[in-house]
Design a protein around this ligand. Structure first.
Ligand code: HEM
Length: 425
């Protein structure tokens, strides 16, 4: 079979900054990067050195390709037979240790994430239809209630750390509620805590035990909804004519919750950072619904939550941007790099005027169609409610003191400390 012609995707090469890791000999290590605070510089250097597809090393010096070009990411994601999703295709498995840090994201699981072809269409179709039926006004109302409750907890003190006490907590509760669990209560609190630990363990946490409890709670939810269906995502997945088994529904529910949580939390926090640090927005914040929308969109272009995503695996030998890709090679989708590809922007300008970014990826495995809309409702309500309730909110530190989490995968702040006039309740 002849593969469709891939884009050429090479860019002009400005001089590299001195000491740039992208210009060190051999492929760049995508772990322990010095450039994590300013990844856009790293992507620029990589592009100038290697073109649209760069050889990189994942944790443990495992080789992969980082796809940096807008046209190339679109090409890869739109050719799912050639660049497939089942990670068992990987030619590096013999070199992967049992405790490899990326195993939770890359190791095969029987969820829709790793299915291909007709089986993926079946599983993704169920999720799409179950999410499509979500009433967006009701979701906004739920998010508003959750936001109000979270703000009540810190409004009297005049200060807060918004990443932990707001941006992370809100989407987790909203999505749990969509799936048919109450937004508050001891049971939900414990579930939300276990989810947090299994997705983002801190020192002293036991992510494996937490994940097992998450799975058990989802199994219980599925049993409850089989016995007494409601108007929630879980019940709709169970009732879908595709006839998913209970095990499949449990797997895909966990995928939905996990896929929604961190990106949406980072979207909220990165947008709040932009609104609180950039004069273009500061002037309008108190009255500006439009500004919030612009900030949300600009973040998707310039500080997108899922900056790199693993990935796709070549189904057979092929070429991409002049690179010889071997069957079973791993391709990392460089979504942030693609969004700032100079090939799609006039020189020196990266705007945010439309939504043609690749932040939700593309093709068969893209973030399933209703999800970006639902994430927008959650993020917009979170940001607007905070600005309405705390109209004089300001950063409690200098903007330069804010630090990004040392992750090449997700782009999010370690903390967002703010202060405001205490609200008497
Ligand atoms: C309500 C919120 C969300 C839900 C329910 C959701 C759900 C999902 C699901 C189920 C998948 C797996 C799709 C598949 O493999 O077929 C997925 C993938 C993905 N989502 Fe989302 N998501 C949400 C929010 C977000 C946000 C805010 C972002 C980033 C701005 C995002 C970016 C992505 C990306 C990059 C992928 C990978 C797509 C690929 O493999 O090409 N999602 N999402």
């Amino acid at each position: 079979m002849t593969d469709p012609a891939p884009p050429a995707g090479e860019t002009a090469a400005p001089a590299p900054p001195p000491g740039c890791p992208a210009h060190a000999d051999g492929p760049l290590r995508l772990s322990g990067l010095e450039f994590q605070q300013t990844p856009s510089q790293l992507y620029r250097s990589l592009r100038s050195e290697h073109g649209a597809v760069a050889p990189v090393l994942l944790d443990g010096d495992i080789p992969a390709w980082l796809v940096l070009g807008y046209a190339e990411v679109s090409y890869v994601t739109n050719n799912d037979e050639l660049f497939a999703r089942d990670s068992r295709r990987w030619n590096q498995w013999p070199n992967i240790p049992d405790d490899w840090p990326l195993l939770p994201f890359v190791g095969y699981q029987p969820s829709l994430l790793f299915t291909e072809g007709a089986e993926h269409q079946r599983r993704a179709g169920v999720i799409t239809e179950a999410l499509e039926a979500v009433d967006q006004f009701e979701l906004a109302h739920t998010c508003r209630e959750i936001a109000e409750r979270l703000i009540d907890d810190f409004a009297g003190s005049g200060q807060a750390e918004l990443m932990g006490s707001y941006a992370h907590a809100l989407p987790m509760r909203a999505v749990v509620r969509l799936c048919g669990m109450p937004a508050a209560g001891t049971d939900t609190e414990e579930f939300v805590r276990d989810l947090r630990i299994s997705l983002d363990a801190k020192e002293g946490d036991d992510p494996v035990a937490a994940y097992l409890r998450v799975q058990k709670r989802m199994e219980q939810l599925v049993r409850e909804k089989r016995a007494a269906p409601g108007t929630d995502v879980t019940s709709r997945m169970l009732a879908h004519p595709a006839g998913l088994t209970d095990e499949e529904v449990v797997q895909d529910l966990i995928t939905v919750i996990a896929a929604a949580q961190q990106p949406t939390a980072n979207w909220i926090c990165n947008s709040l950072r932009l609104l609180l640090t950039d004069d273009r927005f500061a002037l309008n914040v108190s009255g500006g619904r439009l500004s919030v929308g612009q900030a949300l969109n600009e973040v998707l272009w310039l500080d997108t939550p899922t900056q790199n995503f693993v990935g796709r695996w070549a189904a057979r030998d092929t070429q991409l941007a002049g690179r010889h890709i071997k069957a079973g090679d791993c391709l990392v989708l460089g979504l942030a790099a693609a969004n700032t590809d100079p090939q799609i922007w006039p020189e020196g300008h990266v705007g945010a005027e439309n939504s043609a970014h690749l932040s939700f990826s593309n093709g068969e495995h893209r973030c399933p169609y209703p999800s970006p809309l639902l994430a927008d409702v959650i993020a917009r309500t979170a940001v607007e409610t905070l600005l309405e309730r705390l109209p004089d909110v300001v950063l409690a530190v200098e903007p330069e003191e804010l630090t990004w989490r040392p992750s090449i995968w997700m782009r999010g702040l370690t903390a967002l400390p703010v202060s405001f006039t205490p609200v008497v309740q």
